[in-house]
Each structure stands twice: as structure tokens, then as C-alpha cells.
Design a protein around this ligand. Structure first.
Ligand SMILES: [Zn+2]
Length: 316
């Protein structure tokens, strides 16, 4: 069964982290990987190296101006890519392109039948917009995958599930009028947390009204509140019968994250992973990609992400 799930780890992904004291550092992949090895999960997957996206691959989602901007800031090696959350550093272009390229490598391997599912712990950069970086996200690997599914593989009916504590605004607003992208996004309410969006009345626009479900939770919410929201989310997903599933399982929604205020346990992440893997097996030929997303307590991200990986493996 080892060939059924590809796990992406490697130096190029580890470098996706910001300098000195930034909450998203370069130590996150190692924290996950060491926990995965302790739990023997590495023996149950095919470990695969990252690759770098080309400029034209990035431009499937991003504007050429944005790609140019990141490249110029990467050469300058200082300042910010946005208004103050996402620092530039020497090589930031390559680090961002490695996250997006690795996501594409996973997608291509799934579509070639080499695996049904992938797990990419360093990825799921859901705040980046087509024309700008935001919220620690340089390039939006998820958007690059979605646009590649449409343009290169003709897959229209896609489900995007986001349980990161922050609303996935870079995906929501890029596809707000797109009826083929079904979204379920459970997050801490935008009244209390960055990016301030993802309210319950944001259900898509135009032809896409009703295809998106934003389920904000109040600060302090725990597993009981989460599971009530997830029941609604899962029913919404089942009704859409997606042909491909993407999960962004940010560990910053777990209790004790330094940047946010939800109190979930890894059981929440595990339940979503298991239910989605089963739905993928029923409706999408098993095809599912999982991205680690946020998470700024290393113990939490190790616990949350290994739980997700184990549940996806158990679902087969
Ligand atoms: Zn987050």
C-alpha cells in the first residue's frame, strides 16, 4: 500500500520560513517529520522530494506582475512582500516556488495514477491572492493546483476544505463566482482574527451562490462546536459530489496556538481527514491532496498533522 500516499518532505520545502523571530520559521517541517518517524508513519508512505515551479506554472494562478515583484524582492532580500506580515529575504522567490512546484508534482503524480493521495506539510498558503502576497503566504500553491486542474486536466468539480484557524481568503475571493469550486471553511470568526473575512453570509456570488460555506467559530470554541459545524460542512460536500478534494489542515486551530484563540484537539483534524478520505474514495476516485497550512506551536503542528496523516492512511 506504500504507493498509495506520497509524502513530500525535503530541504527546499524546509526553507519556506521567515527570518529571526517570525512566527512562521524554518523549523516546522522538521518538527512534523521527527514526530512522523517516531510514529512509524514514514514507513507507510512514499517519501518524495520537492520540486520548483516554473514561472509559467506560477502564472496559471498569479499575475506576471506579482511573480516579478516577488523575484525583485527576493534579489533585494529585505523589506516586505505585503504591508508588513510577509517579509522578503534572499531566496524567498525560490522558497515560494518550491511550495507551489511540489504541489504540482503531487497533482501530476495523482493524475498519472501513481498515487491516490498526497500530503505536503509545508504548503496550503491560502492567503496569497492572484496579484499579491499576504499573511505569510508568498505564492498560493492551492490556487495554482486548482487552476491547473481546470486548464491541464479538465477537472471542474473540486472541493476545497480549510480548517486552518484563519479564513482562506486567497481561495475564497479568487473563486467567489466560480460554481465548480465547492468550499467549506471553518475558522475563528473574522470579527476577532486576521484576515477579518469569512462571515457566514459569504456563500459565493452570481452563479456560485450556495457553493461556498463559511463557518466561523467564536474565540474559545472547542471540538463540540467544531464537530457541529463539520456535520454541516460534510453534508454540503456530499451534495456536490466533488471529483477532486483539497484539504488545508492548519494546526493553528488547536488549543494553545500563539496567534489564535480556538481550542480544538487533534481529534478535530483527524475526523475531517478521515471523512474526506472516505468521500474522496466514494466520489473522486480516491483523489485527495492534503496541505499542512498554518500552525505556530511546533508540538501542535506535529500532533495535528501526524493525526491527519494517520487517518488518511487508515481510510485507505
Ligand atoms: Zn492560519
Amino acid at each position: 500500500m506504500a504507493e498509495d500516499l506520497i509524502l513530500f518532505v525535503g530541504d527546499a520545502l524546509a526553507k519556506y520560513g521567515f527570518p529571526a523571530g517570525h512566527p512562521l520559521g524554518v523549523d516546522r517541517q522538521a518538527a512534523f517529520w521527527s514526530a512522523a518517524q517516531q510514529q512509524n508513519l514514514h514507513r507507510r508512505v512514499t517519501v518524495t522530494d520537492p520540486r520548483t515551479a516554473t514561472r509559467s506554472e506560477l502564472e496559471r494562478f498569479h499575475t506576471a506582475q506579482h511573480v516579478d515583484w516577488v523575484e525583485s524582492r527576493s534579489h533585494a532580500g529585505e523589506g516586505y512582500l505585503d504591508s508588513g506580515d510577509t517579509p522578503a529575504f534572499p531566496g524567498v522567490f525560490d522558497a515560494g516556488a518550491a511550495v507551489a512546484g511540489t504541489a504540482l508534482e503531487g497533482l501530476e503524480r495523482i493524475m498519472a495514477g501513481q498515487a491516490a493521495k498526497t500530503f505536503q506539510p509545508i504548503g496550503g498558503l491560502h492567503h496569497a491572492r492572484r496579484g499579491q502576497s499576504a499573511g505569510f503566504c508568498v505564492f498560493n500553491d492551492l490556487g495554482v493546483v486548482i487552476d491547473t486542474l481546470r486548464s491541464q486536466f479538465g477537472v471542474e468539480q473540486i472541493a476545497y476544505v480549510d480548517i486552518d484557524v484563519h479564513h482562506g481568503d486567497g481561495i475564497y475571493y479568487s473563486y467567489e463566482t466560480d460554481p465548480g469550486l465547492c468550499i467549506v471553511d471553518i475558522h475563528e470568526s473574522g470579527h476577532f482574527l486576521y484576515p477579518g473575512t469569512g462571515h457566514a453570509d459569504e456563500r459565493g456570488r452570481g452563479a456560485a451562490v450556495g457553493t461556498k460555506l463559511n463557518l466561523p467559530l467564536d474565540p474559545g470554541a472547542g471540538d463540540r462546536d467544531f464537530f457541529a459545524a463539520w456535520e454541516r460542512g460534510l453534508a454540503h460536500l456530499r451534495a456536490q459530489a466533488p471529483k477532486f478534494i483539497l484539504l488545508q489542515c492548519g494546526a493553528d486551530s488547536l488549543a494553545g496556538d500563539p496567534l489564535a484563540d480556538l481550542r480544538l484537539t487533534p481529534a478535530a483534524h483527524g475526523r475531517v481527514a478521515r471523512d474526506l478520505a472516505r468521500l474522496a474514495n466514494e466520489s473522486a476516485d480516491g483523489r485527495m491532496m492534503v496541505f499542512g497550512g498554518g500552525g505556530y506551536d511546533l508540538g501542535n503542528l506535529a500532533a495535528g498533522w501526524t493525526r491527519v496523516l494517520e487517518e488518511v492512511l487508515e481510510a485507505g
